[in-house]
Design a protein around this ligand. Sequence first.
Ligand code: NAD
Ligand code: TYD
Length: 333
Amino acid sequence: MKLLITGGAGFIGSNFVHLLRRERPDWDLTILDKLTYAGNPANLDTVKDEITFIKGDVAEPADVRPAMQGCDVVVNFAAETHVDRSIVDADDFIRTDVFGAYVLLEAAKELGVERFVQISTDEIYGEVLEGFSKETDPLMPRNPYSASKAAADRLAYSYWATHGVPVVISRSSNNYGPRQYPEKLVPLFITNALEGKPCPVYGTGEAVRDWIHVRDHCRAILLLIEKGENGEAYNVGGGNLLNTLEMGGAILDAVGADKKLLEHVPDRPGHDYRYALDSDKLAALGWWPEHDFAEGLRETVEWYRANEGWWKKIKSGEFKRWWKRYYQDEGRA
Ligand code: NAD
Ligand code: TYD
């Protein structure tokens, strides 16, 4: 089995590569990654001799065609992924998340791949103030990131319905775990807390997310490669609904830091106040989240504690420039 994994140098993609090396060691893995600010070759260091790595852009057919040649399966993780950056400038989100998905789907159609997994997100449902989103619910994305992901989700479906490309779609909730770029809530709060710096809580801190350990998401993707039904989307929820203040408190407890580090800052424009998933459709295929939340969070904190060099390099480089631009206040960086 030969796989093309796009965005494999990022957070979830690299965790997926590590999972496959353990669970399917005979699979042949090619990674296509542009190595944007979020892509980090260090994420693949321990497996670099066991995979093929191609630096390239999913929105460039000349990069995509040769990389996909001879592949049975494509898993598309490649994306711009940070909501706050999409609010400041959405250009790359449209180019990579939408046009990049189109380029990959066209190549998959031409080359006749046997399985195309599009990594989508629960954010495409928009905020769900009560109840749990089902796969048949309307898509109501409310920020440029989630709108781009919704476009790619339905574009992928259209390539199944129209052209018979064997597409399966995962719609996961918020992932936490090792190797996540420290712009996102969990690694930002962990690393700030380890440095004794304030942790910025947007608005009242009441926005709810459903947290899933990244390895549980990766197990779901592997199951979808092997058992997903063509043309179908599957919710992948962790079942851990916490608001920002609760999550921030849990992180500070796990680090052993003072809750006074939680500091309210102005809210994110268009902030979705709740996501929640009904994952029964995936459960029917035999999947459920295995990680206990408290244990998973503790293990995640330990990873950042043990890998200070990984995140300190990021936080003193590109991240610092982003933070300054976002807050226009170098004092926080
Ligand atoms: P990430 O930002 O950590 O990594 C994205 C990767 O894509 C990076 O390695 C980057 O270099 C690469 N990339 C970006 N533009 C590219 C391009 N034009 N061509 C090739 N490579 C490119 O993201 P992540 O958190 O690992 O998310 C992976 C996927 O999962 C995304 O599609 C995201 O929308 C989806 N998702 C993420 C979450 C989450 O909680 N992180 C939840 C649900 C779905
Ligand atoms: P984030 O990790 O950016 O993921 P997403 O917005 O894609 O769900 O944010 C998770 C939640 O945490 C979201 O409700 C916004 C909030 N948040 C903060 O309160 N402060 C922060 O500094 C960040 C990055 C996020």
